[in-house]
Design a protein around this ligand. Structure first.
Ligand code: TRP
Length: 516
C-alpha cells in the first residue's frame, strides 16, 4: 500500500465532473453512436438508447461512484474492502483486465483520428473527393503497419504523459482544458451543419422516429452501447470515485455526466447527419461513416479543410480524455495494490498496453476492408443478431467484441448485484447521502439495481451468446432468438414500469428521517 501521495484527489467539483464527463465522452459518442444510430433508424434508436441510459446506465454509474468513494480504492481493492477474502475481487480484476484490453484497441482507432487531425489542416482529408477515394485513403492508413504503429504509439505516449502527472495535475487539468474546447467546437459544427442548404432531411432523420427500422436486437445494441458510452462495467467510475471527497453529490454528478454524454452524442449526430444528407450520402454506412464518408462531405463544403480540422481535433480530444481514464484504472491497481509509484506504474502499464495493441494495429486491415465493403452496401459480417460475430473476426474485432459485449455487461451485472443485494443496505444509503442529504430516489435507484439491471443485462448476455452461432448455419436458432428477444422486450417494459410504480409508492425516501 502507498501513503496516498501517488493516489491523488480531485481538486474541485467541476474538475471531477469534467474528468468523469471526459471519460464518458469519447470515440463511443462520435464514432460508435453515430454509425449505430445510422444503421438502426435514427430517432427510434435514440428513444430506446435513452431508456437504457436512464434505467440501467445511470444507476450502475452511481453505484460505481458509491463503491469508489466509500472505499477510496482501485477496482480490485474496492471489492476486496467491501467483501474481504471472497471471489468479489475477481470482478474488479476483470475490470482492470478489460481496461487494459479496451485501451489497447481504443488507442489504435484514436491513432487514426490523430492522423486525420494532423493532416486535416493541410487539406489532405477534405481533398478526398469521392467515397472510393476516401475509402482507399482510410484503408491505406489502417493497413499500413508503420503508420498504424506510429500513431498508436504517439497516442499512447500522449495518454501516458497526462496520467503520469497525476489525478489533479494531469487528468483533471487536461479535462478542464480539453472539454470546454470540445464543447465549443462541436457547437460550431452543429450550427454549420444545420445551416447547410438541404440539411432538413438530416434533421428529420434525427427527430422523426422510424419505428419500422427497429429490429428485435435493438435493445441489445442500445444497452451494450449505454455501458460503453458511460464508461461503466469495468471500474472506471470506481477508480474516479475513489479520488472524491465527501462534498460531492454523487446522484447529481451521475445525472449530469449522463446528460452531457447523451447531449454530446446527439449533438455529434446533428453535426454529422444534416451535412451527410445535404451532400446526398447515406446514413447507414457502418463503421466507416466518420473516416470514409465524412471527408467527402468536408470536400464539398466551403471551408472544408477548416471544418475537417475542427472536427478531427475535437474527436481527438474526446478520445484522449477517455483513454486517460482507461489507463488510470489499470495504473491505480498497481499503485494501490502493488505499491508502485505513479510514474513507474504508468510507464510500465502503458508500455504493456502499447504492446498488447500491436496485433490490433496490424490486424486492422481486414476490418477496414470489411467496413468499406459495408459502406458499399455489401452485407458480409452480419450474423444472427446483425452484429459482428466471433467466427468471422480478426484480433481487432475479437477484442472489441469480447470487451464491450461481454466483459462490460458482466462487470455491470455484478455491480448491480453487489450494491442492490449483497452490500449492507444501510452502508449504501449512508454513503449516497453524504453530499446528497436530500436524495429522493433511493428506493427507485436500489430497485432498478435489484431488478431491472440484472434482468436486462442477463438477457442481453444470454442472447448474445446464442447469437454467436451464425444465422446462415443455424437458421432455426436465429429465429428462436428473435422470438425470445421480442418476448424479453415486453417483459422488460413490464418489470421496469412495475419497479418505477412500486418504488414511488413504497419505501422511506424521506431524508428528514435518515441519519445524518
Ligand atoms: N466511454 C468511452 C467512449 O464512449 C469509452 C470508455 C472510456 C470506456 N473509459 C471506459 C468504456 C471505461 C468502458 C469503460 O468512448
Amino acid at each position: 500500500m502507498t501513503d496516498g501521495a501517488d493516489r491523488g484527489q480531485w481538486g474541485s467539483r467541476l474538475g471531477f465532473l469534467l474528468a468523469a464527463a471526459g471519460s464518458a465522452i469519447g470515440l463511443g459518442n462520435i464514432w460508435r453512436f453515430t454509425y449505430i444510430m445510422g444503421e438502426n433508424g435514427g430517432a427510434a434508436f435514440i428513444l430506446v438508447y435513452v431508456a437504457c441510459i436512464i434505467l440501467i446506465g445511470v444507476p450502475v454509474f452511481l453505484a460505481e461512484l458509491v463503491i469508489g468513494r466509500h472505499t477510496q480504492l482501485n477496482a480490485v481493492g474496492a471489492f476486496e474492502a467491501i467483501k474481504p477474502r471472497s471471489w468479489w475481487k475477481w470482478v474488479g480484476a476483470m475490470g482492470v483486465l478489460a481496461g487494459a484490453l479496451l485501451l489497447s484497441f481504443y488507442s489504435v482507432v484514436a491513432g487514426w483520428v490523430m492522423a486525420y487531425a494532423l493532416r486535416s489542416p493541410l487539406g489532405t482529408i477534405s481533398g478526398l473527393a469521392s467515397p472510393e477515394e476516401s475509402g482507399a485513403y482510410f484503408e491505406q492508413l489502417s493497413t499500413s503497419p508503420t503508420q498504424s504503429l506510429l500513431f498508436h504509439a504517439a497516442f499512447m505516449i500522449l495518454t501516458m504523459v497526462i496520467v503520469a502527472r497525476g489525478v489533479r495535475g494531469g487528468i483533471e487539468k487536461a479535462s478542464k482544458i480539453m472539454m470546454p474546447i470540445l464543447f465549443g467546437l462541436l457547437a460550431l459544427l452543429v450550427v454549420r451543419g444545420l445551416l447547410l442548404p438541404g440539411a432538413g432531411a438530416g434533421i428529420e432523420f434525427m427527430l422523426r422516429p422510424d419505428f419500422s427500422a427497429l429490429n428485435p436486437t435493438v435493445v441489445l445494441t442500445a444497452m451494450g452501447h449505454a455501458f460503453f458510452t458511460l464508461s461503466v462495467g469495468m471500474g472506471a467510475m470506481i477508480t474516479y470515485g475513489s479520488y472524491l471527497s465527501s462534498e460531492n453529490n454523487l446522484p447529481m454528478a451521475s445525472l449530469q455526466v449522463a446528460f452531457m454524454d447523451t447531449l454530446i452524442a446527439i449533438a455529434a449526430g446533428f453535426a454529422i447527419f444534416p451535412a451527410l444528407f445535404a451532400f446526398g450520402m447515406e446514413p447507414s454506412e457502418g463503421a466507416g461513416l466518420v473516416f470514409v464518408t465524412l471527408p467527402v462531405v468536408f470536400h464539398q463544403m466551403t471551408g472544408g479543410a477548416l471544418f475537417a480540422t475542427m472536427f478531427f481535433a475535437l474527436f481527438l480530444m474526446a478520445a484522449l480524455t477517455s483513454s486517460i481514464s482507461l489507463l488510470e484504472v489499470v495504473a491505480a491497481y498497481f499503485i494501490d495494490e502493488r505499491g508502485w509509484s505513479r510514474g513507474r506504474s504508468v510507464w510500465i502499464v502503458g508500455g504493456a498496453i502499447f504492446v498488447m495493441g500491436i496485433p490490433a494495429a496490424l490486424a486492422a486491415g481486414p476490418w477496414a476492408s470489411w467496413s468499406v465493403a459495408g459502406m458499399l452496401g455489401a452485407t458480409e459480417g452480419q450474423g444472427a443478431l446483425g452484429s459482428v460475430h466471433i467466427f468471422q473476426l480478426n484480433w481487432f474485432d475479437l477484442i472489441s467484441h469480447i470487451v464491450s459485449d461481454y466483459m462490460l455487461p458482466i462487470g455491470g451485472f455484478f455491480v448491480c448485484l453487489l450494491v442492490g443485494w449483497f452490500w449492507d443496505r444501510a452502508a449504501v444509503e449512508t454513503e449516497v447521502r453524504i453530499g446528497a442529504p436530500a436524495f429522493k430516489a433511493m428506493n427507485l435507484w436500489v430497485n432498478l439495481l435489484r431488478w431491472v439491471g440484472p434482468l436486462v443485462i442477463g438477457q442481453v448476455l444470454a442472447l448474445g451468446i446464442l447469437a454467436e452461432f451464425p444465422a446462415q448455419y443455424f437458421p432455426r436458432l436465429a429465429g428462436a432468438v428473435d422470438t425470445l428477444h421480442t418476448w424479453f422486450i415486453g417483459l422488460d417494459i413490464l418489470v421496469a414500469l412495475a419497479v418505477i410504480v412500486v418504488s414511488l409508492f413504497t419505501g422511506t425516501d424521506r431524508p428528514d428521517q435518515q441519519p445524518a
